[in-house]
Each structure stands twice: as structure tokens, then as C-alpha cells.
Design a protein around this ligand. Structure first.
Ligand code: PMP
Length: 375
């Protein structure tokens, strides 16, 4: 059976071999007589699945031992509250600074303001001039040396890949270079495992799994252990990092099937060369798509080139009235879910780890043919 290419931003395409393995193990996980869905989260089988997923993730990202890896619920949206509830109390000022580069970091900031003295450290929510060109709001990243950080703040938050806008931090800032000893907190949801990530440069990294790391339902949190154990009284116990860490992500019933699936994805990444190999493949896919867009007079991506996302590629057509025809033809050609987010319009191709180069080539071929017949 040949499947279409799915460019959904998330939940998103999964490696086919992972889906096949899950199907093969659906009724009976390795002779246990149970589906993973049917197992107690405290039984030895699931404990093994969960611990192996954690160990594989630690290996994939070279996560140092002084960081805890947690599998949580609530999605990245819940982390917008869970992070301040856990980290504001690490310093007496209970303050935090947020960098706004797109829709998701703006949402994170808005939620965090409910819990403490939260301010904007830098914002790209306005026009600017860069390299002699006008950049629209949320198409660029404020240079790190313009971020205003308060030394007493508990953390500085940024989103390392803005899924809707299509902006990616080419490099994560170096905390030392920020000139203030403030831990970095990173929403890495939509490019998690797409490239090596310098965890030891951060205080905390979180990611919803449903783009590169598995199905919806599990949120991954990697947190430096010295930042754990300072939750505000108002923090729900199930969201207190200290309680979750102490019970190895089994403080209460975890999203066990989603953890199992994420574990299979971790093994798939390991077997396919790890995050270095993912990065090379992702660079090749992104270069192919951006290269074609930039050489065409018909399609356009307006993101400042050095911060274009390798994962989420938004683009517009010269004539917006052709959008529906473009999407209809794409679906007929087996290219799914290319409609852009409603807040920015146009198209968006999400090209996560599990999207093969052949999928991007098929998209470019379709775009060329569409340009020829409508351009
Ligand atoms: N942050 C980023 C970067 C995202 O892409 C998303 C979801 N698309 C979220 C946060 C919110 O995730 P969730 O819907 O799982 O809460």
C-alpha cells in the first residue's frame, strides 16, 4: 500500500516502520499477552518500556545526568503554565523574561503573566529593516544582544521553532553570552530531535511529541535538577516536576501508549543515525524546497533567510485566489495538509523527520507543474 505524503504540522507523519511495529505488537506486546494499552503503568512490562524510552532519549540528545527527563500530559500549552508554576520560585524575585518571535512564544508569555512578574525581553511583533529589507512582524528574530534580561529573573523563555510562522533559531543562545546568569527555557516542540540540541546550555527544554517524537498525548520535559523542587503552592501535584521526577514519570497514570509510541520513534531515530543524520536529511529537504521557492516568481517565503525553519515552511502564491485550486490539486496528487495556519494564511509544508526527501521532491514537482499551468 502506498501512502500519500502528509505535510501536517502536527499531529504529523510518523515513520512507517514505527506504525508497522506498533500494529504487529498491538494485540500482544512481546509475549506478554497484553496490548501496551492494557498494561498497568506500574507493571514490569510498562516500567521497562518507559525506562527504555527515557534512556534512549538521553542517549539521542546526550542529556547530562544532572537533568531529569519527564513524560507529562497537557501538551506544550499546559507547560506554558507548568513552567512558571515550577520555576518562578527558584529565585526570590519570582520574575521571568520572554522573547516573542511568533504565535507560540506570544501565547507562552500571555499565559505566564498570570503567575508572576513576567515581562517581554525582546519582541519581533513589529516591522523592522534587516539586511536592507523590510521584515514584517514575526518574520525575524531579535538579535540576542538586544534582549533585556533582568539578572534576578528565574528564567528566560523562547520558542526555538515557531511552527506557525516558520522561524527557527539557527543556534540556541549561549547563556553566558546573554550577560545575565538566567537559565534558558526552550519550547522546542516542533523541531525536537530534528538536529543536535545543546541541552547543557539550557535550564529546561519542553516539547509536545506530536511533530517529531510520537503521537499527541505526551509532553517531554528535560529539566536541570537544581531547578526542580521549587514549585509554587498553587502548582497542581500532577504537574510538580519534583513529584513527577521522583516517580520516574509515573506519579499518576501517564499517557502510557503515547510513551510507548514515542519510545519506538526514539529507537527509529537511533537506528537511522541519530540526530546528526536527521539534521543532514532535514537540511537537504529544506534546501530543496526553499531553493525552488526562491527561484520562482510565483511562490514566496518572507522569513528572514538566516532564521527560516527547516521543519515548517510557510509560503504564499502570487495570486491568493488560486489557493483552493492549489490545495485541491495537491490532495489529488497525494500531497496532504498543505493549508497554512488560519492566522497567517497561504500554505505550509511541515517536513519533519519522518517526511522523506521523495515527499519534498514530489511537492516541488507539483508546485512546478502548478506554476506552469497557472503562472
Ligand atoms: N508550542 C509550539 C511550538 C507548537 O507548535 C504547539 C502546537 N502546534 C504548541 C506549543 C502547543 O502544543 P499543544 O497543542 O500540544 O498544547
Amino acid at each position: 500500500m502506498s501512502r500519500p505524503f502528509n505535510f501536517s504540522a502536527g499531529p504529523a507523519v510518523m515513520p512507517e516502520s514505527v506504525l508497522q511495529q506498533a500494529a504487529a505488537e498491538m494485540l500482544d506486546w512481546r509475549g506478554s499477552g497484553m496490548s501496551v494499552m492494557e498494561m498497568s503503568h506500574r507493571g514490569k512490562e510498562f516500567v521497562q518500556i518507559c525506562d527504555e524510552a527515557e534512556a534512549d532519549l538521553r542517549e539521542l540528545l546526550s542529556v547530562p545526568q544532572d537533568y531529569a527527563i519527564l513524560f507529562m500530559q497537557g501538551g506544550a500549552t499546559a507547560e506554558n503554565a507548568i513552567v512558571p508554576l515550577n520555576l518562578l520560585g527558584t529565585r526570590p524575585a519570582r520574575s521571568a523574561d520572554y522573547v516573542l518571535t511568533g504565535s507560540w512564544s506570544k501565547k507562552s508569555y500571555q499565559e505566564a503573566t498570570r503567575y508572576g512578574d513576567v515581562r517581554i525581553a525582546a519582541s519581533a511583533d513589529h516591522e523592522t529593516q534587516l539586511d536592507g529589507r523590510r521584515q514584517a512582524p514575526f518574520t525575524w528574530v531579535p538579535p540576542v544582544d538586544t534582549w533585556t534580561l533582568r539578572p534576578e529573573s528565574s528564567y528566560v523563555h523562547f520558542c526555538s521553532n515557531e511552527t506557525i510562522d516558520g522561524i527557527e533559531f539557527a543556534e540556541w543562545p549561549d547563556a553566558a553570552a546573554l550577560g545575565a546568569d538566567v537559565p534558558l527555557v526552550v519550547d522546542a516542540s516542533s523541531h525536537f530531535l530534528s538536529r543536535p540540541m545543546n541541552i547543557s546550555r539550557t535550564g529546561l527544554v519542553y516539547a509536545g511529541a506530536q511533530k517529531n517524537a510520537g503521537p499527541a498525548g505526551v509532553t517531554i520535559v528535560i529539566v536541570r535538577r537544581d531547578l526542580v523542587g521549587h514549585a509554587l503552592d498553587a502548582c497542581p501535584s500532577a504537574f510538580d516536576y519534583a513529584k513527577v521526577a521522583k516517580e520516574s514519570s509515573r506519579f499518576n497514570t501517564p499517557p502510557s501508549y503515547a510513551i510507548y509510541m514515542a519510545g519506538l520513534v526514539f529507537k527509529w531515530v537511533l537506528a537511522n543515525g541519530g540526530v546528526q543524520a536527521m539534521e543532514e536529511a532535514n537540511r537537504a529537504k529544506a534546501d530543496l524546497l526553499y531553493g525552488y521557492i526562491d527561484n520562482s516568481g510565483f511562490y514566496r517565503n518572507g522569513i528572514h533567510a538566516p532564521v527560516r525553519s527547516r521543519m515548517n515552511v510557510p509560503f504564499t502564491l502570487a495570486d491568493e485566489s488560486l489557493n483552493d485550486a492549489f490545495l485541491k490539486g495537491a490532495a489529488q496528487a497525494g500531497l496532504l495538509a498543505l493549508k497554512g495556519h488560519k492566522s497567517v494564511g497561504g500554505m505550509r509544508a511541515s517536513i519533519y523527520n519522518a517526511m522523506p526527501l521523495a515527499g519534498v521532491q514530489a511537492l516541488v514537482d507539483y508546485m512546478k507543474a502548478f506554476e506552469k499551468s497557472h503562472g
